[in-house]
Design a protein around this ligand. Structure first.
Ligand code: PLP
Length: 481
């Protein structure tokens, strides 16, 4: 059949369809007209049509202005931000290792962003010199203590900390650069990879059985005690909100500290070695590191165009410090917690009650967060979590299987080799993304590299022995849900 004859058949069909519609239309008019006075009918229908058109267009106009106002607010918030301290790290010579901390890039996770239509951006904290987000905290804790006269460099002073590893590595790294030693106390079930790094960094490492915080030998309690035992006298630590938790002892004598202020006593007081408990859980310098660093960096890097911030919580410093800053400076942003199995924070955020199912009778490890994920999840409220608790909008609980699946998925699709807390953050991010309009933007934290987790989270053998399946397909399923 030629194209012209097919065209005439098509137009004949169209004209007979139009005739049929118009006949049907006049029948409807006749019937309606029989029931209502003709004039009234027409006026009513015209009124109805005009009403619908007006309401539709007024909603669209309102939405348009609303989004314009939001853009304007974002722009104003971005303009109000303090100037960027370092534009690009590679652009200048930085003053030693501490100059390498922070100002980390924000990477678009291509696989997830393309699949979701929502931008998933990761803050590359694994690029810090000590390999994790905790470098910021170590630096701030030391600088804060120095500013308050509690620590003096190159005096043989020792930083004590209870940590699952990352903070220890950061304290050892920044400590060496600034003239301090590190003594780290860790639970014995933490991946051995971190112990090895700590030893290479010259830190003293004590590994203790994982027990509850009410036990005097719990790793954090023991770190505080070790700082106290280091010296002869505990020093007063005025001017801190969590004063009772800050422990600094000195090897100077009681007379050097409290006796006559002679030059000799004064020098001994300043120069004798001190033992300082870094106390990442309760020390506000942790929160401050993120409020002054991570938060402003994210706001600047996104130009204030970010709809949600997702983070796990170990001490709570990251979610609180970054979250509070972003809430204050980015209108409408959501702050969402990613919580692993066995942690009580998910229930605390969602229902106001601190409880993890694993805490009930008859489960295997009642005294700790029962998960293969390291660094996040906790069963008590710390001061640093409390500082931001009120601004956390929602929480997602992430299973070990989901976190493991995400880590394998990211290597396969993006070439990103990340640790367990980063994987949790990304699973929570994709769950959240599925509730948000297309084009939204989520920022999360890529806390550390997979290299720190070779013997547990990244060991197929370890996971098999603990009944944790490895199935990257889990992520495809969540993306398709
Ligand atoms: C690898 C890793 N990710 C995330 C976190 C959690 O950060 P925060 O302590 O700020 O809650 C930690 C804390 O130790 C960690 O070690």
């Amino acid at each position: 059949m030629s194209s012209s004859s097919s065209g005439s058949t098509w137009s004949a069909g169209l004209s007979s369809a139009l005739t049929a519609i118009s006949a049907w239309n006049s029948r409807v008019w006749e019937r309606l007209g029989a029931r209502l006075p003709r004039r009234l009918t027409r006026d009513l229908l015209v009124g109805l049509a005009v009403g619908i058109a007006l309401s539709l267009s007024s909603t669209q106009v309102a939405l348009f202005f609303q989004s314009k106002r939001a853009d304007k607010r974002r722009l104003a918030a971005a303009k109000a931000l303090p100037p960027r301290p370092i534009e690009l790290r590679s652009d200048e010579i930085v003053p030693g290792v501490s100059g390498l901390i922070g100002n980390t890039p924000l990477v678009r996770i291509n696989s997830l962003s393309d699949a979701l239509g929502v931008e998933i951006l990761g803050k590359c904290e694994f690029l810090n010199p000590g390999g994790s987000v905790k470098d910021r905290v170590a630096l701030k804790v030391i600088e804060d203590a120095e500013a308050r006269g509690l620590l003096h460099p190159h005096t043989g002073s020792v930083l004590f900390e209870g940590t699952v590893g990352s903070t220890g590595i950061s304290l050892a790294t920044v400590g060496k650069a600034k003239g301090y030693e590190a003594h780290i106390i860790m639970p014995s079930d933490v991946a051995i990879d971190k112990v090895l790094v700590l030893e290479r960094l010259g830190a003293t490492v004590e590994r203790v059985p994982p027990v509850s915080i009410v036990d005097q030998n719990q790793f954090v309690n023991l770190a505080r005690r070790r700082a106290h035992e280091f010296g002869n006298v505990d020093l007063p630590t005025k001017g801190k909100t969590t004063e009772e938790d800050v422990v600094v002892s000195t090897q100077a004598t009681r007379e050097d500290v409290y006796g006559a202020p002679t030059l000799e006593h004064r020098t001994a007081y300043d120069r004798k070695p001190r033992g300082f408990f870094a106390d990442q859980f309760e020390n506000d310098a942790n929160y401050q590191a993120h409020y002054e660093g991570t938060g402003p960096e994210i706001a600047r890097q996104t130009g204030g165009h970010v709809d949600a911030f997702v983070s796990g919580a170990g001490t709570g410093g990251t979610i609180s410090g970054t979250g509070v800053y972003l809430k204050e400076n980015v209108p409408g942003i959501q702050v969402v917690l990613a919580d692993p199995e066995g942690s009580g924070l998910y229930n605390k955020v969602r229902y106001g009650v601190m409880y993890a199912p694993q805490e009930s009778e008859g489960t295997k490890r009642r005294y700790q967060v029962d998960t293969v994920v390291e660094g996040i999840g906790i069963n008590r409220i710390t001061h640093n979590f409390e500082l931001g608790e009120a601004i956390i909008d929602d929480a997602y609980r992430i299973t070990d299987v989901e976190a493991v699946a995400m880590s394998r998925y990211l290597v396969a699709h993006d070439g990103l080799f990340l640790g367990s807390s980063s994987a949790c953050n990304l699973v929570a991010s994709i769950r959240l993304a599925k509730t948000m309009p297309k084009g939204s933007r989520i920022v999360t934290i890529l806390c550390d590299s997979g290299a720190r987790h070779q013997t547990k989270f990244w060991s197929d053998e370890y996971l098999a022995n603990h009944g944790i399946a490895i199935d990257a397909g889990v992520i495809d399923k969540i993306l398709e849900e």
